[in-house]
Write a protein that binds this ligand. Structure first.
Ligand SMILES: Cc1cc2nc3c(=O)[nH]c(=O)nc-3n(C[C@H](O)[C@H](O)[C@H](O)COP(=O)(O)OP(=O)(O)OC[C@H]3O[C@@H](n4cnc5c(N)ncnc54)[C@H](O)[C@@H]3O)c2cc1C
Length: 416
């Protein structure tokens, strides 16, 4: 039996470890911190395959990119980081066109198919997690914004599942009493679900430990021992870890880890997001809400609720900027009937792993036959973790996958 060493115990790494173990592989997970403590912790937890699409969208102009420099913008580029980010931003901007967006949507389909079935199978397999089937309600200050979104969706591929249900005025407030009078329209996508992300990572880690997977926490991977093109072991701050195959799932740091252990850098950046988790014995929200113009998610859990949002490009760091948290509070108060006290809780920042073309990066590292990567899941890592994991396990253990991963191949960055 061969051993795969998974570098990174976020939702992607843990899910891959699970799928590898299910295929009979010996697995070791190495994480610089505790498993599930990175971006996979304080996110919104939505399982939303309907929303799978690349981040670079058609029509993003230099003018709108400049707007991103505003400090209170939900999408924000830190001016101090622009120079370091320039090559990444340039590639990102080159993908802001209709053709790349269309092919990007098709590429996302690779990991956005059979998502709910995968979560059902995980629960049936004994992984305990908090999962809800409450759909997802988009709410809008302007009805015209909803109409525009519906019009756009009409041009895209058929959404998974049923048509959205539309609400306006009082009908909306009856359906979701937490929204304020400023909200004029809503659109409910019934088939979407959500999980409490901490329970997903916790449940996976528990299952892995019970099934013989070694999880080594608190040891950062800093380098590798290459024997020609073959990686024999990774070097960590707690000693070497040997394996037959290696999978990099280190989130926003995957590009850095790939360079350190395999000598092959990858252009992965951090799209920083923030959240506030408010404890409450009973959530005042009946279902997850997306405050559309503010790009803010509100998720009810058992014992509380979470506000999550913002996309900040400021390099790879976990600095929590309090302006972003204030902006979240201000936006939420426009849409919801709540007091400041109802927005006080645990403040969190996480780094979404982002490739400049807005697609996942999944496959073998060029020139390193026994090193693989699974990252770049951006805003959809929770949604697509299990489908990613199944494909990666097939690739690593069997050498092939049921669908082609060529659109997601890490080699696409090799000549750039
Ligand atoms: C505000 C916000 C809301 C979001 N909401 C949703 C949502 O509703 N639905 C959804 O699908 N997605 C959502 N996401 C995205 C999702 O959280 C991410 O895509 C996902 O968590 C990425 O998982 P990951 O395993 O790739 O990275 P991470 O969770 O960051 O895990 C990477 C792991 O690698 C480890 N690591 C890094 N470097 C090293 C090293 N050198 N050595 C060893 N270990 C290392 C880290 O310690 C970490 O544990 C959201 C993100 C944010 C920020």
């Amino acid at each position: 039996m061969s051993r795969t060493v998974v570098v990174g115990g976020g939702v992607i790494g843990l899910a891959c470890a699970y799928a590898l173990r299910k295929q009979g592989e010996e697995v070791t997970v190495v994480d610089a911190a505790e498993p599930g403590a990175g971006c996979s912790k304080g996110n919104a937890g939505w399982i939303v395959p309907t929303l799978a699409e690349p981040l670079p969208t058609p029509g993003l102009t230099w003018i709108s990119m400049l707007w991103l420099l505003r400090r209170d913008s939900p999408l924000h580029i830190d001016p101090r980081a622009v120079l370091g980010l320039a090559p990444w931003l340039w590639t990102f901007w080159r993908h802001c066109n209709a053709d790349d967006f269309r092919s990007g949507r098709r590429a996302w389909e690779i990991v956005a198919t059979n998502v709910m079935e995968s979560f059902d199978a995980l629960a049936a397999d004994g992984v305990t997690l908090e999962m809800h089937r409450a759909g997802l309600l988009f709410v809008f200050l302007r009805e015209s914004a909803m109409r525009a979104m519906l019009h756009e969706a009409g041009d895209g591929p058929a959404p998974h599942g049923t048509e959205p249900r539309i609400f306006t005025g009082n009908e909306l407030r009856e359906f979701e009493p937490s929204v304020s009078d400023a909200v004029t329209a809503g659109m409910w996508i019934e088939q979407e679900r959500h999980v409490r992300p901490e329970t997903l990572c916790g449940g996976l880690a528990q299952w892995l430990t019970a099934h013989g997977v070694e999880i080594r926490a608190g040891g950062a991977v800093t380098g590798g021992h290459l024997d020609g093109r073959t990686l024999r072991a990774v070097r960590t701050t707690h000693g070497d870890v040997a394996g037959d195959r290696f999978l990099i799932a280190a989130g926003a740091r995957s590009g850095l880890v790939s360079e350190a252990i395999a000598g092959v850098p990858l252009p992965i950046q951090a799209g920083k997001g923030y959240s506030i988790t408010v404890p409450a014995s009973k959530s005042r929200y009946r279902r997850p809400l997306y405050l559309e113009e503010a790009r803010l998610a509100v998720t009810p859990f058992e014992g509380g609720y979470r506000f999550a949002g913002t996309m900040e490009l400021s390099g790879i760091n976990e600095r929590l900027v309090s302006d972003r948290i204030s902006a979240i509070r201000q936006s939420a108060q426009r849409y919801l009937t709540l007091s400041a006290g109802e927005m006080t809780g645990i403040e969190w920042v996480g780094m979404r792993p982002l490739a400049p073309d807005g697609l996942p990066v999944m496959g073998p590292i060029p020139g390193r036959p026994n090193v693989f990567v699974a990252t770049g899941h951006g805003m959809l890592g929770v949604t697509t973790a299990l489908t990613t994991a199944r494909l990666m396990a097939d690739l690593i253990v069997r050498g092939s996958t049921s669908v082609s991963l060529s659109a997601l191949d890490p080699g696409r960055f090799a000549s750039r």
